[in-house]
Design a protein around this ligand. Structure first.
Ligand SMILES: [Zn+2]
Length: 535
């Protein structure tokens, strides 16, 4: 849905026309925008008039308006209205966010009243309703954006060591593991789960033990296991101390063909030592969890700007269910909440529209953002900022969008004595909700933030609970985030031209991400044609 446009849109359009930086940007956009006529037109604010056809009554109305504006400009009847971030407003935002404990208090209520927020669960639905209600109590209108996705319901699954010791194993199924009756089988060590690891193994009918730090993408080791006739997989956790790592088994949402259970490092390496000595290890597995399509929703809050150009700020709302999802991603959920509150108080209207989105279904495969980002197809989006496990802010990352680096450097300088310790970085990565926006050609950003190792180690597990969150973390991070969002929403000259598919593919290739993205089914681009030899 398009944001409802405020009444004063028209006069600021006039200001936009006269902004030299934007006009220069427009020329650049025209030079690089080759894909669609609509994109070409929208490359300049005056042509945004076409975009406001809902407001001005159709395309013809928009063109008439553009003509009137041009005539008015020619007569010198209008003066430029410069959209600039105002340092005093930014400083007030920072001071207020630093003093505000409500983000931490909101997160504590969310964690303690609902526990983990696995998408589709009763807890997740309750937490969604609570978040909308708490925003409403602040005078902020939030809407649910419903969507359906392949869901997964965890039930009472079991793994038991039968030989050499009878003992129930501590385990958690990977998502999209589907019901299987109890079976028992000998365990074999398949190490990283690569093709070479199966050489010489009699795998048929066995249970595979998968090494903790395998770099084989999810989905691929299951495919290899099925090909070699394995009946199940036990995936050793990479962190010790009896921990488990809840995680997605498949980014496509396809039910797994064999059960895949995360097990503890201690019990996993115990089995590996026995197997190395040639001992028999026998285990039984039973799965009651099941896959089902679920209806869920993102939460969206819109602060309409003086133009339709938009900054999207997103954080995933859902979590795994073993703990409370306090760090992953209760942090982002609460930072967005604090951001909404401070924007409402200090900068409810800016040059650009600000859209805050709490995404659902991220942990199971970025489903909420994969729904939301393509729905922005007809909207001019200048940037997307994703907040996933951002602790005390250290850096802001332009993710390889070089054009954003100077903007972020100006932002960093504007922080004064709160300047980021590591400044501006520019390294692309994938696997959280920003990827969905990047795949739509939208320049995206993330923040680097410190979370202590003895806290971050618990992510996706039982001990990701709210008392681990340093009470200063949300105010400190929300202050920096709010300053950044305020600047992005008011900095003149940000382009809304989309990067082409070829440019986006090149950006992921540049950071060597192609194979890993293909491994999890997140590579929509065609393969590169083989290099042609010169004649
Ligand atoms: Zn996360």
């Amino acid at each position: 849905m398009k944001p409802s446009l405020p009444r004063q849109t028209e006069c600021h359009l006039i200001g936009d026309i006269f902004r030299p930086a934007e006009t220069f940007q427009w020329v650049c956009n025209v030079l690089r925008y080759k894909r669609t006529g609509a994109g070409f037109l929208r490359a300049h604010p005056i042509c945004n008039a076409l975009y406001y056809k809902r407001v001005f009554g159709g395309v013809r109305g928009g063109m008439v308006l553009a003509g009137v504006l041009l005539a008015a400009c020619a007569c010198g009847l209008v003066t430029p209205l410069a959209g600039q971030p105002v340092q005093a407003v930014q400083d007030a935002i920072v001071a207020d966010a630093l003093a505000d404990k409500s983000g931490t208090e909101f997160l504590t209520r969310l964690c303690d009243d609902f526990g983990g927020r696995l998408t589709g669960s009763v807890n997740n639905r309750g937490a969604l309703a609570r978040t909308v209600a708490e925003l409403k109590a602040l005078g902020i209108t939030a809407r649910l954006e419903p969507f359906t996705m392949p869901g997964w319901v965890r039930d009472d699954d079991e793994a038991e060591m039968l030989v050499p010791v009878k003992r129930k194993l501590r385990m958690a199924s990977l998502s999209y593991t589907q019901p299987h009756v109890r079976f028992e089988a000998d365990v074999i060590d398949i190490h990283d789960g690569r093709e070479a690891d199966f050489a010489g193994l009699d795998a048929a009918g066995k249970i595979g033990l998968l090494a903790p730090n395998t770099t084989v993408p999810r989905g691929q080791y299951e495919t290899a296991a099925v090909r070699h006739g394995l009946r199940g997989l036990l995936f050793i956790d990479r962190v010790g101390g009896g921990q488990l790592l809840a995680r997605t088994g498949s980014f496509t949402g396809e039910p797994l063909r064999i059960p895949v259970f995360a097990i503890t490092q201690e019990e996993g390496t115990w089995m590996a030592r026995l197997l190395k000595r040639g001992e028999v290890v026998r285990v039984s597995m039973l799965t009651r969890s099941h896959c089902e399509e679920i209806e869920t929703a993102n939460i969206v809050v819109t602060f309409p700007g003086r133009t339709a150009d938009t900054i999207v700020v997103g954080a995933h709302f859902d979590s795994w269910d073993l703990g409370q999802g306090a760090t992953d991603n209760g942090l982002g959920t609460a930072q967005l909440f604090a951001l909404a509150k401070v924007l409402q108080a200090h900068a409810p209207q800016n040059l650009r529209t600000i859209e805050l989105v709490w995404f659902n279904g991220e942990e199971e495969g970025l489903w909420g953002s994969r729904f939301h980002a393509p729905a922005l197809k007809d909207r001019p989006v200048a940037a997307m900022l994703n907040l996933d496990m951002v602790g005390f802010p250290l850096s802001v990352n332009a993710l390889g969008y070089d054009e954003l680096v100077p903007v972020l450097q100006r932002f960093d300088a504007s922080l004064g004595d709160r300047k980021l310790k590591q400044g501006v970085s520019n390294i692309n990565w994938f696997g959280s909700d920003q990827t969905s926006f990047q795949l739509e050609g939208i320049p995206s950003l993330t923040l680097g933030g410190r979370i202590e190792p003895d806290v971050v180690r618990y992510y996706h597990d039982f001990a990701d609970t709210v008392e681990k969150v340093d009470p200063r973390m949300i105010p400190e991070s929300a202050a920096t985030i709010a300053a950044l969002v305020y600047r992005l929403a008011n900095e003149p000259g940000l382009s809304t031209a989309r990067h082409s598919a070829a440019e986006t593919a090149a950006l992921f290739r540049k950071y060597d991400l192609e194979n890993r993205m293909k491994g999890v089914g997140l590579w929509p681009f065609p393969d590169q044609p083989p290099a042609t030899k010169p004649p």
